[in-house]
Design a protein around this ligand. Structure first.
Ligand code: GLN
Length: 484
């Protein structure tokens, strides 16, 4: 049962083959059995989940339906959940019980979904390996000595080991796509503004976007149907007509043209990753897709630009954690300044502090023009590169990451090599575009992901091609042997 996709589980529930309570307990038990090893969950809400499942069962018996009625899921611990700890992977919020639900969480509740718990993540979503979490690193289910990716590593590991059928994540520079690739699952970052950021703890507000993580593209489409939509409480939320993201899944790919940016296939890419991409290109070619070489000339500037813009926004967003209103407060402060300094000094981890310092520096008088303004200008150029490319092609494709999962500890002392893991994912965030990572092979037993990027609001095109690809391949069906 735990191997089934969300769509299959929905069918089982509708037929009455299993109850929501049984299903919920099945996954809660799987979490209990494996979480000591994987560390994928920060909080497990057995009581709340069983209660929600009972309510769902009652509704199902009455013949009620709902897009996700009775189906279990997990939320990244960045989403505020009423009455349940919302830590954002930080000591700063270890004592924070949110008084309200994030819009994403509320939407899932309305759809009838059952929340199992909150997944581990890099502190304030800053990281690519999940090692910056105050709660300790998450392990990759395919190899416990490797990282699961980050920052949504807990969600990716949990879906990969089938501790939950699906999960939510957030992606500021790759945090849905990169861990999805490293754990062998499917993850979608929607267009900026598609999903409400209300109640989603802010890292870099002009880049942050929530999205679905699941075994299949079809499941991602079902989740996106629930997540997406206008929210007046988020000023950057887009008021588009609601769309059914499952509608175009079966569309033929004949006549579609995919651009392959030369910059995505240069040195630094692992041989098996390149090889898996080649095989995927062949598979898609058989489905009628045409390929064209393109160029994104400013691609090499994406990582440097991101590491000015994201820290700048984070330094501003994280100034609210001052020990006064909520979150961590140091013991026995001697005066107000001592309280600010020690609460922040003790509450934040090293990576978060590094980013606050960089961000404060690039925003300071005298450096603002040289760094922040310059980065914003280059951000426009990166966005223009995509616009020009989409005049010629329908989608862009490349690897999600340069290499498969690396060893725990391998990059944690070297921030720059860690930052380079997001070299292919960051530009989609800078341009606000939707992107998806889909499993496409293995290297020494570790999963590999391929990434596709679409023009703004073309998520259904990404889901369509990913779904068609998954009908002719089985990479997404494999699961780590230790969790069978
Ligand atoms: N790894 C990137 C960072 O450390 C992206 C994180 C994210 O998308 N939240 O900032």
């Amino acid at each position: 049962m735990y191997r089934k996709t969300l769509s299959e589980l929905a069918a089982e529930l509708q037929k009455g083959q299993i109850s929501s309570l049984e299903l919920t307990r099945l996954f809660l038990d799987r979490i209990e059995a494996s979480n000591t090893t994987l560390n994928a969950f920060i909080s497990v809400d057995r009581e709340g989940a069983e209660q929600a499942a009972k309510v769902a069962d009652a509704r199902l018996t009455q013949g009620q339906t709902g897009p996700l009625l009775g189906l279990p899921l997990a939320h990244k611990d960045i989403f505020c959940t009423e009455g349940v700890k919302t830590s954002c992977g930080s000591r700063m919020l270890d004592n924070f019980i949110s008084p309200y639900d994030a819009s994403v969480v509320a939407r899932f509740k309305t759809a009838g979904a059952v929340m199992l718990g909150k997944t581990n993540m890099d502190e304030f979503a800053m990281g690519s390996s999940n090692e910056t979490s105050w709660y300790g690193a998450v392990k990759n289910p395919w190899d416990n000595t490797c990282v699961p990716g980050g920052s949504s590593g807990g969600s990716a590991a949990a879906v990969s080991a089938r501790l939950t059928p699906v999960a939510t994540g957030t992606d500021t520079g790759g945090s849905i796509r990169q861990p999805a690739a490293l754990c062998g699952i499917t993850g979608l970052k929607p267009t900026y503004g598609r999903v409400s950021r209300y109640g989603m703890i802010a890292f870099a507000s002009s880049l942050d976007q929530a999205g679905p993580m699941a075994q299949t593209a079809e499941d991602c489409a079902r989740l996106l149907n629930v997540m997406a939509g206008f929210d007046e409480r988020d000023s950057t939320s887009i008021d588009n007509t609601p769309e059914d993201f499952t509608a175009a899944l079966e569309q033929s790919l004949a006549g579609m043209t995919i651009g392959l940016p030369v910059e995505y296939f240069q040195e630094g890419i692992h041989a098996n990753v390149a090889q898996s991409l080649d095989t995927a290109i062949d598979e898609l070619g058989k489905l009628g897709v045409q390929f064209k070489e393109i160029s994104l000339p400013n691609q090499h500037l994406a990582v440097p630009v991101y590491y000015v813009v994201a820290p700048a926004e984070c330094s501003s967003n994280l100034s609210r954690y001052d020990g006064v209103r909520f979150g961590y407060r140091c013991e026995n402060p001697i005066d107000l300044e001592d309280m600010y300094k020690r609460s922040r000094g003790e509450g934040f981890g090293n990576e978060v502090k590094r980013r606050i310092m960089i961000g404060t520096y690039v925003l300071s008088a005298g450096y603002y023009d040289a760094y922040y303004l310059k980065a914003q200008q280059i951000r426009h150029l990166i966005s223009d590169d995509f616009k020009k490319a989409f005049d010629q092609v329908d989608l862009i494709m490349g690897p999600t990451t340069p290499e498969p999962a690396f060893k725990l500890g391998a990059k944690s002392k070297d921030p720059v090599s860690m930052y380079l893991n997001d070299i292919y994912t960051i530009s989609a965030n800078l341009a606000g575009l939707p992107g998806i990572s889909v499993p496409c092979g293995f290297a020494d037993g570790l999963p590999i992901g391929l990434q596709m990027i679409a023009p703004a609001f073309m998520e259904s095109r990404l889901l369509n091609i990913a779904h068609k690809y998954q009908q002719v391949t089985d990479w997404h069906k494999r699961m780590p042997a230790d969790y069978e």
